[in-house]
Design a protein around this ligand. Structure first.
Ligand code: MLT
Length: 406
């Protein structure tokens, strides 16, 4: 008899963004022709930067010629892209990361979901609340939690991010082994200072824990004092893996390209306490399970590091930040208390009542799609997330409609 992985049965409801999409679909079927304004899933709307398109076309043309054709690429990514990443994203910011510590992939979502395969099933897990659901659910699927009760899985240490701590969780009170952090944060838009990240790194070092640091939104940081990478913090290389993505910086949500940094010094331990280099385990995993990202996509990503590419990425993210600023201003005038929206494309606003009811009201009566905070965890209740990835005109229209709720 073929048996299932029963951990899947512990998962509550559908994946958050699938639940939202199905409610929206149902609404659209019942209300044909009603124009919706999308502030829900963080999916980009602006076309790819022109520098990328040129590189894409050129790479596709190379594949059309026998002399320049390429088949399988290296599973960790081509050297030209890994070198550019190490130089521009890390060394230029004083973080000593080299190309052989960079692993190119087709998404930070899949990397942050897959990385838990490297660790023991019985480790002690710390997950922020609210949280991007992928971190938690990938561990539920792997059997690292008990069942869910009242929206929380047994066996998980939840790191609460609330208005009281400015949505930056405090250090764990109990010992944990694996910690997920995301800054600028999805969903709260909160950012972590150098000092706050330094406290996490010190804590991880003192406790032989590991931090999985999701920096998918770092290109939205404008405050020069905020760190973009955890490796800007001394000592982080031993205790942190970092995820980056071109999805939100360069509009690659559909193109798919991201990377994970596993420094040579990053260490975990066998049951006997012997140190093991995580970079070698991740390389081994990727060699077996991945053939990497297509050549034209990697050339398109490389083009983002040229002068034109950098300028275009900046213009793209500035545009989304302008939407966020417009929404933040309007929401403030409507009396909402908000986090994020500067140094982040997400605005996290406190709402009265439960967040799914607010979501339904906003959709049904005003035709605006948001993401209900409860879908990100218990501490997300009484909040909703608005994303700034639509156009300025749509953002203004959403704000006009939200004003009508009052
Ligand atoms: C989000 O809306 O949280 C993101 O788009 C999800 C993702 O990047 O997978």
């Amino acid at each position: 008899m073929i048996k299932i992985n029963e951990n899947y049965l512990k998962l509550e409801a559908d994946y958050l963004f699938a639940s939202v999409a199905s409610r929206v679909r149902e609404f659209e079927q019942k209300n044909p022709g009603r124009e919706l304004v999308w502030m829900g899933i963080g999916d980009v709307t602006q076309p790819l930067p022109p520098a990328c398109i040129v590189a894409f076309h050129r790479a596709v043309a190379e594949l059309a010629q026998r002399q320049s054709f390429r088949g399988y690429g290296p599973s960790a990514g081509y050297g030209f892209l890994r070198e550019a990443i190490a130089r521009h994203d890390f060394q230029a910011r004083g973080a000593d990361i080299s190309a052989d510590e960079v692993f190119v992939s087709d998404g930070a979502k899949c990397d942050s979901a897959n990385v838990q395969e490297l660790f023991a099933r019985e480790l002690r897990l710390a997950i922020p609340d609210p949280v991007y659901p992928v971190y938690l659910e990938s561990n539920v699927m792997a059997g690292r939690t008990g069942v869910a009760r009242d929206g929380r899985y047994e066996g998980v240490t939840y790191l609460e991010a609330t208005p009281a701590n400015g949505y930056v969780p405090d250090l764990p009170a109990a010992p944990v082994d694996l910690i997920y952090l995301c800054f600028p944060n999805n969903p709260t838009g909160a950012t972590a200072t150098r000092e706050q990240l330094g406290n996490w790194v010190d804590w991880a070092r003192a406790n032989r824990a590991l931090i999985l640091f999701d920096a998918a939104y770092e290109s939205y940081i404008r405050d020069p004092d905020l760190p973009h990478s955890i490796y800007e913090i001394p000592g982080a290389q031993q205790v942190a893996i970092e995820f980056r993505s071109y999805s939100k910086s360069a509009g690659f949500t559909g193109v798919r390209c991201a990377y994970t940094v596993v420094p040579a010094a990053c260490t975990a331990y066998t049951a006997d306490g012997a140190p093991v280099a995580l970079r070698e385990l991740w390389r081994r995993r990727q060699d077996t399970k991945s053939n990497g990202v297509s050549y034209p996509v990697q050339r398109a990503a490389e083009a983002l590091y040229g002068a034109e590419g950098q300028r275009q990425v900046r213009a793209l993210t500035d545009g989304y930040l302008a939407n966020a600023a417009c929404a933040l201003d309007a929401l403030g005038r409507l009396g909402y208390r908000c986090s994020g929206g500067s140094n982040s494309p997400y605005i996290w606003l406190q709402v009265e009542g439960d967040s799914w009811t607010f979501f339904d009201r906003l959709l049904q009566r005003h035709g605006v799609v948001c993401t209900p905070g409860a879908g990100f965890g218990r501490c997300g209740e009484h909040h909703v997330r608005l994303s700034a990835f639509s156009s300025l005109a749509h953002t203004r229209e959403a704000m006009r409609r939200m004003a009508g709720m009052h």
